[in-house]
Write a protein that binds this ligand. Structure first.
Ligand code: 2U9
Length: 356
């Protein structure tokens, strides 16, 4: 018993004396590692008589818990001290004069957003925006996504603490819902912006950018959808000839739904026309707006029809400008931005895309 108390006092003193992460790690290994003093002591419990174990067990476990807690507390303190030292060393004097010429660049996402707005403006689309914190009705219910739909599961959606009906929007579609509720058709809008999904790996970030489009008018058909998307893809990728492949798909808010693949040429690394296609790349989701969605917004689906589409802006930027690592988009690395950013004077439109 006294031995245990003595060991505990020794180890706590060593933890208190450890003033770097490496020194603390050495103490941890000497105490809690495979061959560590505490680990070895715990192993002796197996060979004890039940009476001895009844006394030694709680004492040894108490020792282990005390040392584990002390190690964690010291690690947190060292980490905080290291962060404070780093922040102090990186301090910048914001009152210093700017060193001219200022050489900031336009981020590829901003560039592509501007290109998209330019292209769709030429086609008669207005830009609409809305809140990034949305209520359940605008983000899901009005879009024909019922309570039981998997897109609603906690897995994908960020919920707001203490507000069960509020979410970070999982797509920009609620913007179109707000427009349909608040504006008389005909409607031609695009909704670009940030969206949020609880997903993070090499090709997914918890925040990403979407652009969606919506047309509501009388007598709108899939043919209008097809022409619009074809015109958009040609303008965006700056090619005259392109083949699109329309594949049947499913989205709750469109019926029928189609996914759109662009024919790609391996030789040019660009979208290509008939006869030059080596592979297909999925670039857009789309479809005719579901009559239930039109009705949910207070319009008569027998009078008004429309089409909608959606795509990832980050992915479009990667495809057009040959960028391979999505995460680099959000690192804020000046070297990356200098290399991949654009001039502020580069104004894209339907007749002339941008040059990097
Ligand atoms: C309303 C009605 C219909 C928008 C649409 C898609 C298909 C789609 C994804 C593409 C890649 C999102 O970034 S992504 O993961 N989007 O496939 N979006 S139709 O449909 C709407 C929107 C609003 C009122």
């Amino acid at each position: 018993m006294t031995d245990t108390s003595q060991l505990q006092a020794d180890l706590l003193a060593q933890i208190a004396a450890a003033d770097t992460p490496d020194a603390l790690e050495a103490v941890r290994v000497a105490a809690m590692g495979k061959q560590g003093q505490v680990t070895q002591l715990l192993k002796t419990l197996g060979g004890m008589s039940p009476e001895d174990r009844a006394v030694a067990g709680p004492a040894f476990n108490g020792l282990r818990e005390a040392i584990t807690a002390a190690l964690a507390a010291k690690k947190a303190a060292l980490d905080e001290a290291a962060l404070n030292a780093k922040l102090a060393a990186e301090k910048q004097d914001m009152t210093l004069p700017v060193s001219l010429p200022a050489t900031g660049t336009i981020h590829p996402i901003s560039q592509v957003m501007d290109e998209l707005a330019g292209i769709f403006a030429d086609l008669g689309f207005a830009v609409a925006s809305g809140p990034e914190i949305e209520d359940d009705w605008h983000n899901f219910t009005a879009l024909n996504i019922p309570e039981s739909h998997p897109a609603r599961a906690m897995h994908d959606t960020f919920y707001i603490d203490g507000q069960p009906n509020m979410v970070l929007r999982t797509h920009t579609s609620p913007v179109q819902i707000r427009t349909m509720v608040g504006q008389k058709p005909p409607i031609r809008i695009i909704a670009p912006g940030r969206v949020y999904r609880s997903d993070s790996d090499a090709t997914h970030t918890p925040m990403f950018h979407q652009i969606e489009g919506l047309v509501i008018d009388k007598g709108i058909t899939l043919a209008h959808l097809r022409w619009t998307l074809e015109t958009f893809i040609k303008a965006f990728f700056e090619v005259d000839d392109v083949v699109l492949r329309f594949r049947p798909s499913y989205f709750p808010f469109t019926e029928p739904s189609v996914e759109v693949d662009v024919g790609y040429s391996a030789k040019t690394g660009k979208p290509a026309g008939q006869g030059q296609v080596d592979k297909w790349l999925e670039v857009l989701g789309s479809g005719m707006v579901h009559p239930r969605v039109i009705a949910a917004c207070g319009l008569d689906p027998n009078e008004w029809q429309g089409f909608a589409f959606g795509t990832g802006v980050d992915r479009l930027a990667m495809l057009k400008y040959g960028l391979t690592d999505l995460r680099a988009f959000f690192d804020g690395d000046i070297k990356w931005l200098k290399h991949n950013g654009f001039s502020a004077f580069d104004l894209p439109s339907i007749s002339a895309g941008a040059t990097p």
